[in-house]
Design a binder for this molecule. Sequence first.
Ligand code: SF4
Ligand code: SF4
Length: 116
Amino acid sequence: MEKTAFSPSNEGASQSGKALIVEPEKCKGCSVCELICSSFHHGEYNPSKSYIKIFKNKDMCVFIPLLSVRCDLCNGEELCAKWCPEKALSFLSWPEVAKQRRQLSMGRFPTPYFGE
Ligand code: SF4
Ligand code: SF4
């Protein structure tokens, strides 16, 4: 299969056959997800070391979570999704993603990966 920003690769979370689904209207840009991820992996609250990053444009009130290829689902804990106070994140299998896309037509999409 050709690798695209949305398709499974051989690394990280995507190896598990899951995609991060974002409900962008719920995200408030609080950075809790970034903090919990960096804390789990690096022992410090440092968004720059997180495997999920929030693209923020506060003027436009736009907050878009992006997922690194380094995301390993924190050993199955999926901490960012678990701790998001707005319940804006969920990791779904690709068949579940396809089902939601068909049901909703628009609005939810697998977030692209960034990084190496
Ligand atoms: S996804 Fe959730 S935890 Fe992360 S910035 Fe948005 S609201 Fe906060
Ligand atoms: S699932 Fe875990 S490793 Fe992946 S971005 Fe969320 S907190 Fe980080």
